[in-house]
Ligand binder design. Structure first.
Ligand SMILES: *[C@@H]1O[C@H](CO)[C@@H](O)[C@H](O)[C@H]1NC(C)=O
Ligand SMILES: *[C@@H]1O[C@H](CO)[C@@H](O)[C@H](O)[C@H]1NC(C)=O
Ligand SMILES: *[C@@H]1O[C@H](CO)[C@@H](O)[C@H](O)[C@H]1NC(C)=O
Ligand SMILES: *[C@@H]1O[C@H](CO)[C@@H](O)[C@H](O)[C@H]1NC(C)=O
Ligand SMILES: *[C@@H]1O[C@H](CO)[C@@H](O)[C@H](O)[C@H]1NC(C)=O
Ligand SMILES: *[C@@H]1O[C@H](CO)[C@@H](O)[C@H](O)[C@H]1NC(C)=O
Ligand SMILES: *[C@@H]1O[C@H](CO)[C@@H](O)[C@H](O)[C@H]1NC(C)=O
Ligand SMILES: *[C@@H]1O[C@H](CO)[C@@H](O)[C@H](O)[C@H]1NC(C)=O
Ligand SMILES: *[C@@H]1O[C@H](CO)[C@@H](O)[C@H](O)[C@H]1NC(C)=O
Ligand SMILES: *[C@@H]1O[C@H](CO)[C@@H](O)[C@H](O)[C@H]1NC(C)=O
Length: 834
């Protein structure tokens, strides 16, 4: 009976809940609605904005100044009641909202600068910040202004500060802080250029630029479950006669696990703007909308589609563009939704940094699929994303560092003014400081903060990725150096400053005019392949910032030049420390640490991004060492984005350096991360044995290091062939583990090889095994004896290695005739020249 009662009440609670949820949709966990300056509560669209007095405990401000206007209504819009009163902030002030459920929250601000008594609000000038984000910077509203922001609040309180500029003041007519349903904005979207996944939206602050209901009327907050406003699209259409309205709200269906009524209401999905082909089956044109945006930011663009125009599936194929980039080619909405029409669907795209103040969205018929020319768009949302300095406005404004609640306290006001001056000063100082530091060591920041280093006073905000189908597109990045600056830095490409020669071209040492040492790689402009590698390298290096990846400082593509400017690596290549130069021999511990560093860099490439990136040219000449022998992986010219989730390999022409090349990749022309693992295994043996990976001067069975070392490893006698400089210095356990690790890397089949993460772990273990010796008693170590005994055998290994790698690489493949594997590779050498 008792249990029945409980069950029954559960039943009724859940019925009540489902009814409730059904009838009103989302119930925000946090909802603060304040009508600032108003003596009474104001109801707008069914929601109550409380009188200012009820919010005073949330606010800390130097003076209580409330103003109103007798001119009602101010606007014709449904929220005009919110605009007839305001609160004035004469000094830095802040609202502190307690947040009951972390996650994304909307911050909606209402401004209308009416004139009132002593305050002419149109002369107000102020900044608004929330958490670490600058929402508005030196803002001075001249007319009705509604601004909507959203940010993920993970702390227990949300502070929103109003900071008057210099001698001005701030004001506010109304404010909303409201929870956004989880999952409305997910962490990833597609980047439109390059077309890869973008991740990190969850932590991004955003400002709504435009929310448009295509082909339909304005939708007021009261008619949207999340109290959003949707405006009609007419004002944005570039050519109105190219478009026509279609309405069929009753047809809209929401799929399972896709768009919901929270994503957009049926009134948005049920109307669309359709290409007005006027029954001409040969018409080909785009319907284009143009939006004003602030330059220097990335934009999150959400397209809402619902095919309310087709009579049957697979009729409608169209292209969707943002600016000149294709966002979706040959979109067929009916296949997305398994042949059901009129199903709500949305698509999220992130643009690169926009630099021209206009964002164009176009739809047009597919030119490759033979179908009746048609295209639709039902809704569109454009949101500005915070830049790398956390700003959605202009200059970054520091938050207000005050805590006291006491008001009308003159001392406090004075104190605040001083604090404010100090804050501004500090902010300016910090900004300049960071800027200087970044200029000096741009390569070491985790995200790009690109700016035009020479010339141009404006600060161009950067992106986390680069784009790169054309050289001019790359220039958006803003790390572009004028050719004159490159000439100056390299002393006009002084021959005596050449520090290396690679497949791509020559590498010069250089010094920027701020004293930063750089390495300048100058590509051979004749090489068509070079252009592709040039672009790949810029793309890769601007996407990946890691301690163990060499950093790109800039590039120059003036006058058909292909110049890449990197951080200078004092100690050159790992290869040069192993053989073929007179550099002092590295200790085993140094070698292990270098291998670990390089493994970390590769591990990051393979896993640090949504799609694995395969380096494709892992070799000791591409592992560079800085002044502290810290290893960094370089030369991304051949890198390829790796398999998507549903594929297991990338099929591609075989490229790479022989001696390091994965035989499986060679046989099957299929590239996976495991090809890098193979090459890295060869590097491990190279580090241990300190000899070239291919050395045609040696007896036949010794020419190929991988084959030769594997033979000794399999016989359990690896110590016989190690670098004579290491004899007696490696603890047997460390050597055994190292040999096993390298052996696994060289497994015949990729599936049998460890991941780069495993390799990393094993190498760290090798280092521990080695260190353990040092900590215990190094003298008591029996390896010494063993290794010394074997030193005779080592003489085998002590061959002349005067042929330097570069010479060897540049040499004709015919030199290899008769050498194991040479025939296989000669083709490669000829075609690649590397
Ligand atoms: C205004 O709203 C507050 C907070 O919800 C409430 O406590 C108060 O009773 C309301 N006042 C009137 C006049 O409705
Ligand atoms: C507007 O403000 C004046 C004082 O500035 C006050 O006397 C008046 O009652 C206010 N009117 C309303 C509607 O709040
Ligand atoms: C907020 O950010 C945190 C990480 O900082 C993330 O785990 C969480 O899912 C985000 N929440 C929402 C609703 O975006
Ligand atoms: C305007 O300022 C004067 C002096 O500063 C003050 O006496 C007066 O009350 C103010 N009027 C209003 C409407 O705030
Ligand atoms: C606001 O103040 C800033 C800083 O003094 C100034 O640069 C900006 O022009 C001002 N804005 C307006 C609209 O006066
Ligand atoms: C202010 O905005 C309203 C509508 O939002 C518009 O009708 C009016 O013309 C604008 N005033 C000015 C001076 O731009
Ligand atoms: C602040 O105001 C003072 C005096 O009005 C002026 O000299 C100074 O240039 C202003 N500073 C800024 C940043 O606008
Ligand atoms: C489309 O609908 C909008 C809003 O209902 C209307 O203003 C516009 O005139 C319509 N356009 C056409 C071409 O009918
Ligand atoms: C549609 O717009 C895209 C992007 O701007 C452009 O590449 C394409 O040529 C346009 N198509 C037509 C038919 O104008
Ligand atoms: C947005 O701001 C956060 C924190 O301020 C920062 O980590 C992130 O990099 C910014 N986003 C971009 C695209 O720079």
């Amino acid at each position: 009976m008792m249990s029945f009662g409980i069950l029954e009440s559960f039943f009724w609670i859940s019925v009540a809940c489902s009814f409730f949820c059904f009838s009103t949709g989302f119930t925000p966990a946090d909802q603060y609605l304040i009508d600032c300056g108003s003596p009474t509560n104001t109801t707008v669209g069914g929601r109550v904005f409380v009188a200012d007095g009820f919010a005073s405990k949330l606010l800390s401000t130097p003076q209580d100044i409330l103003v109103n206007t007798s001119l009602k209504p101010i606007t014709s819009s449904d929220d005009s009641l919110l605009y007839d009163s305001a609160r004035i902030f004469t000094g830095p002030s802040k609202y502190t909202f307690s947040i009951s459920q972390s996650g994304r929250h909307w911050i909606r601000l209402y401004f209308y600068p009416f004139a009132s008594g002593n305050y002419s609000m149109s002369s107000a000038n102020f900044s608004v910040s929330a958490q670490d984000y600058t929402l508005l910077s030196h803002f001075s509203p001249k007319n009705v202004s509604f601004r909507e922001f959203s940010l993920n609040v993970t702390s227990e309180t949300l502070e929103i500060s109003f900071i008057p500029t210099n001698n001005s003041f701030a004001f506010l007519n109304a404010i909303e802080v409201v929870s956004v349903p989880n999952g409305l904005i997910t962490d990833d979207a597609n980047l439109v250029n390059p077309a890869v996944k973008f991740q990190g939206l969850l932590t991004q602050a955003m400002e709504t630029v435009e929310r448009v209901n295509m082909g339909g009327p304005r939708i007021s907050p009261a008619n949207d479950r999340l109290w959003r406003t949707w405006v009609p699209d007419n004002d944005f259409l570039v050519q109105a006669n190219f478009a026509k309205n279609v309405t069929n709200i009753g047809a809209v269906k929401y799929p399972k696990g896709g768009a919901t009524e929270d994503t957009a209401p049926p009134t948005v999905y049920g109307t669309c703007t359709e290409m007005n082909s006027q029954d001409n089956p040969t018409s080909i044109f785009n319907v284009t909308w143009e939006f004003d945006v602030d330059p220097g930011f990335q934009y999150f663009v959400r397209f809402h589609f619902c095919d309310i125009v087709s009579k049957s599936p697979n009729q409608l194929y169209f292209n969707v563009y943002i600016n000149s980039w294709i966002a979706a080619p040959n979109l067929d909405l009916s296949t997305i939704n398994v042949n059901i029409l009129a199903v709500a669907y949305y698509m999220d795209i992130v643009t690169p940094v926009n630099d021209n103040g206009k964002l164009r969205v176009s739809i047009g018929p597919s030119t490759t699929v033979n179908a009746y020319p048609d295209a639709i768009l039902n809704g569109l949302e454009i949101m500005k994303m915070n830049n790398s300095m956390g700003s959605l406005g202009g200059a970054v404004i520091a938050s207000v560092p005050f805590s006291s609640n006491s008001k009308k306290n003159v001392g406090m006001i004075v104190g605040l003014s001083i604090a404010c001056v100090v804050v501004v000063f500090l902010a300016v100082f910090l900004f300049l400081f960071c800027r200087r530091r970044k200029m000096a060591r741009l390569g070491h920041s985790k995200t790009w903060v690109p700016f035009s280093i020479y010339g141009g006073t404006s600060l161009t905000m950067g992106s986390k990725y680069s784009n790169g189908t054309t050289l001019s597109a790359i220039s958006n990045l803003g790390y572009r150096f004028p050719f004159a600056a490159v000439l100056e830095a390299t002393n006009n490409f002084d021959e005596s400053w050449v520090i290396g020669i690679g497949g791509f071209g020559r590498v010069f040492k250089g010094v920027l005019n701020d004293g930063t040492k750089v390495a300048v790689k100058r590509g051979n402009p004749q090489s068509q392949q070079g252009i592709a590698e040039f672009q790949t390298e810029i793309e890769m290096l601007s996407q990946f910032r890691h301690r163990h990846l060499v950093s790109l400082i800039g590039y120059c593509d003036e006058k058909n030049e292909m110049i890449l400017i990197y951080e200078y690596m004092e100690n050159g290549t790992l290869k040069s420390h192993l053989y073929g130069s007179d550099r002092p021999s590295l200790s085993w511990k140094d070698r292990l640490e270098i291998c670990i560093g390089a493994a970390r860099g590769l591990h990051y490439l393979h896993t640090g991004y949504s799609k694995a990136v395969i380096h494709r040219d892992v070799k000791s000449a591409n592992i560079l060492l800085d002044e502290n022998l810290l290893a960094k992986v370089a030369d991304f010219g051949l890198s390829k984005t790796g398999p998507e989730i549903d594929q297991t390999h990338v099929s591609t022409a075989v490229k790479g350096s022989f001696g390091y090349l994965d035989p499986e990749y060679f046989r099957r022309q299929q590239l996976t991360e495991k090809s890098d693992v193979y090459s890295f295994g060869v590097v491990l043996f190279e580090v241990l044995c300190a000899r070239p990976v291919i050395d045609p001067t040696l007896p036949r069975e010794m020419v190929n290091l991988a084959e030769w070392a594997m033979k000794w490893q399999k016989n359990g006698q690896l110590e016989q062939i190690i670098d004579p400089n290491l004899v007696g210095k490696i603890k047997p356990d460390s050597l055994r583990k190292f040999g096993e690790t390298a052996e696994k890397c060289l497994a015949e089949f990729g599936v049998d090889r460890p991941s780069m993460g495993d390799v990393l772990w094993n190498l760290e273990y090798c280092l521990q095994l080695q260190e353990a010796v040092v900590q215990n008693d190094p003298e008591e170590n029996s390896t010494n004896a063993i290794l010394e005994l074997s030193s005779q055998v080592n003489n085998l290994n002590n061959v002349d290695t005067t042929i330097s790698a570069n010479q060897f690489e540049a040499s004709n493949a015919d030199d290899l005739s008769g050498v194991s594997m040479s025939r296989v590779f000669s083709q490669l050498v000829k075609s690649e020249g590397r």
